[in-house]
Design a protein around this ligand. Structure first.
Ligand SMILES: Nc1ncnc2c1ncn2[C@@H]1O[C@H](COP(=O)(O)OP(=O)(O)OP(=O)(O)O)[C@@H](O)[C@H]1O
Length: 229
């Protein structure tokens, strides 16, 4: 398991010429911590997550300064396959994450790509399906599931790679109350396993599982004390 993530004096803008979206972000997240990030729409929460997961600059481009380190190693020095195994991201819209013909195939996709043995892949499928509670959907086409069910499949497929860091980018927004509470419980279990969790949240009810809540406002990150967003 990783020991900590450090974001140091991070500046970011999608275009060099425009005013920066992130203006000197500093954040340290320790192993086993749950950090929630709140802020108005467009304040840059997803962008910060994309930087921490390496999606920026590997998949999306932009102008970044500062550093992001995992256990002291800059993200720039980590290969994409290494990062994918370390940091799992669950997005608000699961449709962007699901493309396999069955739930089982979806979950197997990551481990298959890493060439894990068949037996190990089977073990991981059963494990995450039970963990997330989607056994009855195992052989269904993810496209046929409800928004909340798709979200659970996306989470299961991310968990199958056993990442140390999990980023929930408004990932609970499509869940009904029952599913949401189940996932909040699962987040607590993941924390107990030593996973490090970053949650972007609009639903303040979900903040109860967080050890710390941070506010992203005007490009800066600070402790959230319940003030107006
Ligand atoms: N690829 C991109 N190119 C240019 N601008 C972008 C790109 N992606 C996002 N933006 C802009 O950056 C700003 C921050 O977006 P971001 O999605 O990070 O905000 P957010 O705080 O996560 O918002 P929300 O709560 O609505 O999800 C927005 O103004 C958005 O339009």
């Amino acid at each position: 398991m990783i020991k900590k993530i450090e974001v140091k004096n991070l500046y970011f803008g999608f275009k060099k010429s425009e005013e920066k979206l992130l203006k000197g972000i500093d954040l340290t997240v320790q192993r086993g911590e749950i950090i929630a990030i709140v802020g108005l729409s467009g304040s840059g929460k997803s962008t910060l997550c994309a930087l921490i997961s390496g999606v920026i600059p590997r998949i999306k481009q932009g102008d970044a300064q500062g550093e992001i380190l995992i256990d002291g190693t800059s993200l720039k020095e980590l290969s994409m396959p290494h990062l994918v195994k370390k940091v799992g991201v669950i997005f608000q819209n699961p449709d962007t994450q699901l493309f396999s013909p069955t739930v089982e195939d979806e979950i197997a996709f990551g481990p298959e790509n890493f060439g894990l043995p068949r037996e190990e892949i089977g073990k991981r499928i059963s494990e995450v399906i039970n963990k997330v509670g989607i056994k009855k959907h195992r052989f269904k086409n993810p496209k046929m599931l409800s928004g909340g069910e798709k979200q659970l499949v996306a989470l299961a497929s991310v968990l199958s790679l056993k990442p140390d860091i999990l980023i929930f980018d408004e990932a609970l927004s499509q869940l009904d109350l029952y599913e949401k509470n189940k996932i909040l419980d699962l987040i607590k279990t993941l924390k107990a396993e030593g996973k490090t969790i970053i949650m972007v949240e609009h639903d303040f009810d979900n903040l109860k599982v967080a050890d710390r809540v941070m506010l992203l406002k005007n490009g800066k990150l600070s402790d959230f004390r319940g003030e107006t967003l």
